[in-house]
Design a binder for this molecule. Structure first.
Ligand SMILES: CC(C)(COP(=O)(O)OP(=O)(O)OC[C@H]1O[C@@H](n2cnc3c(N)ncnc32)[C@H](O)[C@@H]1OP(=O)(O)O)[C@@H](O)C(=O)NCCC(=O)NCCS
Length: 183
């Protein structure tokens, strides 16, 4: 019997709406990756080729487990404008650990959007999914990516190799996150 996988709930923040990413966001997701600035620190083929499109399509269609997956980020002011995505997915080789990741259209950087979206997803991960910790793998040269993780309360744990990539592993425990909410 196939286990029914729970759909991702939509999450609202002050300025944003996060909705489960669907194939309707395929073109926008592929365009997002083609900005050299956006994928500067991310290993992969991001040239709009059929290989790239197929990769993103598979990421959209894949089941990640209950309550996990990708959300597209939209502005409350213009709910049709795709601003980027944010995800919660199991860590390859360690499915009990869940990682968070984010990618925004270049024009929308620097307004705290990644941080605002990630705060909502982090709260959902700890309070709804009841996860005990979250991981984030960031290229050590990606200062913006690291800064978002640090603003959320993630702390650097250790360098890790993921395939051919060398990343910095950041961890946020529910305990530490709960302490931060009290401050
Ligand atoms: C990483 C990313 C999601 C950040 O989005 P964002 O909405 O601009 O992030 P925020 O505005 O919430 O926060 C960015 C923080 O980085 C800081 N920052 C901006 N430029 C920076 C730089 N060159 N070096 C260090 N920090 C920088 C900002 O000042 C801000 O911190 P502050 O609020 O303390 O000032 C976005 O840059 C992106 O999509 N990058 C490409 C994809 C990517 O690298 N994803 C992360 C993989 S781990």
């Amino acid at each position: 019997m196939t286990e029914k996988v729970m759909a991702l709930p939509s999450l609202a923040t002050e300025r944003l709406i996060l909705r489960e990413r669907t194939l309707a966001d395929l073109t926008a997701s592929v365009e997002l990756d083609q900005s050299q600035a956006v994928t500067e620190f991310i290993y992969g083929v991001w040239d709009g080729s059929p290989r790239h499109v197929t990769y993103v399509k598979r990421r959209i269609e894949r089941q990640y487990g209950n309550g996990l997956g990708y959300w597209s980020i939209y502005s409350q002011d213009d709910p049709s404008q795709f601003l980027g995505w944010i995800m919660l997915t199991p860590v390859e080789g360690n499915p009990t650990l869940v990682k968070i990741g984010w990618r925004l259209v270049r024009d929308h950087w620097g307004h705290g959007i990644a941080t605002e979206a990630a705060q909502a997803v982090t709260q959902y991960a700890f309070l709804t999914l009841n996860l005990s910790k979250l991981a984030a793998g960031v290229n050590p040269a990606n200062e913006r990516g690291q800064r978002v993780a640090e603003k959320l309360g993630f702390t650097f744990k250790q360098p890790i190799s993921v395939g051919d990539e060398q990343l910095a592993l950041y961890i946020l425990t529910r305990e530490h996150w709960t302490d931060l909410q009290r401050k």
